[in-house]
Ligand binder design. Structure first.
Ligand SMILES: Cc1ncc(COP(=O)(O)O)c(C=O)c1O
Length: 403
């Protein structure tokens, strides 16, 4: 049994890599897009699909019902929540939407967000503002790019704030927002706090009580290394009855009498009846895998690898790392002063190094990033190695020097 107070050892890395089929063939730095799943996650999904093939979907679901029930506890453990505060959805966006569209906004109500807010969330704000007359306020950023906390407090003090919605880590900036500090403010002013933790769950050691968020959304496929088509929603118990799910079906509610229905008592009222048991089970395996590795250890290793990558990238002529923030995650963004991102991404792909192009308008509110060309995003995870970072940076240096 590994001592989990110690950093992840080389032997463990070797084991994690042996359990990750895709990393044998390529250097995989798209963990912020959809990470490589551990073999046992994929196997669990396939095994259940085979059971469905044999028994039929409903009958197979009956067989795995107790295991599926445990998935909620596994997911809750990742963020130190309770199992009844978790809903499993098909994506992070649907999870987020189910909570956001479940809130009631009146004309003049303010939705406060920050500069790195994710595009889909902002589109939802715009739609809500158009429909209800609510207003969107973007709290200014400080010199290092995080939401400026005194400015945020000024905004909250002025009243009429119905919701603070924050993206913990953006899709195109490694900066980690000071979510726990924001949570302290929202608690002080009694304002609901919705945290998009899509890029932080699975790479950071999160605790919803420390973060102070009332609602949190995330995906399975990114740093959690779960199957595609999975998302999760956390709704604090005290918040549950303050939201009205936009859709209700016979899983979310009980048709208790002809003229009435009764909603489920737990967060599963935000789920739909129809869902894939196979990928839900895979999500549970991924959550348990992350817990077994240890989220604090994952966070430490990811930050160490990302810092090393940024340092090596900065040494390459013409490359500029554009991440801001005092605390930076495993998401590394950079540009070259002459070569377009798409070209670098495809050239690296030919050398079996997987990075991703990140569109400049991923977060339109961030004027500094929007003013740049498209970016290259290289996102590391704990199973990546220092050697892979060397290989990536050496290959990149060769590519740009040869142009
Ligand atoms: C910060 C952030 N929020 C939300 C999402 C949306 O996740 P999903 O595609 O699972 O809906 C993403 C996806 O890239 C993201 O980076």
């Amino acid at each position: 049994m590994q001592d989990r107070s110690l950093p992840i050892s080389d032997d463990e890395i070797a084991q994690f890599r042996a359990e990750t089929a895709g990393c044998e063939e390529r250097v995989f730095f798209n963990n912020a897009g959809a990470s490589l799943q551990p073999k046992r996650v994929v196997e669990r999904v396939i095994e259940h699909l085979r059971l469905e093939q044999q028994l039929g979907g409903y009958e197979a679901a009956d067989v795995v019902a107790p295991e599926r029930e445990k998935v909620y506890a596994s997911v809750a453990r990742l963020i130190k929540a309770n199992a009844d505060e978790i809903a499993i959805t098909e994506s992070a966006t649907r999870a987020w939407d189910m909570a956001f569209y479940g809130m009631k906004f009146d004309p003049g109500d303010r939705i406060v967000t920050a500069q790195n807010e994710y595009s889909s969330n902002y589109i939802a704000f715009l739609q809500m503002a158009r429909k209800t007359g609510a207003e969107i306020v973007c709290a200014p950023a400080n010199d290092t790019g995080e939401v400026d906390l005194p400015e945020l407090e000024n905004i909250l003090q002025r009243g009429d704030v119905k919701l603070v919605a924050l993206t913990h880590i953006a899709t195109n900036n490694g900066m980690v927002q000071p979510a726990a500090e924001v949570g302290k403010l929202t608690r002080r002013y009694g304002i609901p706090f919705l945290l998009d933790a899509c890029q932080s769950v699975g790479q950071m050691d999160l605790d919803v009580n420390v973060l102070g968020c009332d609602i949190l959304s995330a995906t399975g496929r990114k740093f959690l290394r779960g199957p595609r088509g999975t998302g999760l929603l956390y709704v604090r118990r005290q918040m549950l009855d303050k939201l009205e799910p936009l859709f209700l079906d016979n899983h979310a509610a009980d048709w208790s009498a002809i003229e009435t229905y009764t909603m489920r008592p737990d967060a599963r009222r935000f789920e739909a009846f129809e869902s894939s048991a196979a990928i839900a089970l895979g999500l549970g395996v991924a959550a348990d895998y992350a817990t077994a590795v240890g989220l604090a250890r994952i966070e430490a290793r990811v930050q160490k690898l990302a810092a090393r990558m940024r340092k090596k990238l900065e040494e390459i002529e013409g490359i500029k790392v554009i991440d801001t923030g005092t605390i930076r995650s495993g998401i590394v963004l950079f540009i070259h002063d002459q070569v377009p991102a798409t070209h670098l991404v495809s050239q690296l792909a030919e050398k079996k190094i997987v990075v991703r192009m990140s569109p400049r308008f991923g977060t339109r509110l961030d004027a500094k990033i929007s003013a740049l060309d498209d970016l290259v995003r290289a996102s590391v995870h704990y199973y990546n190695t220092e050697e892979e970072i060397e290989q990536f940076c050496d290959t990149l240096a060769h590519l740009v020097n040869a142009l």
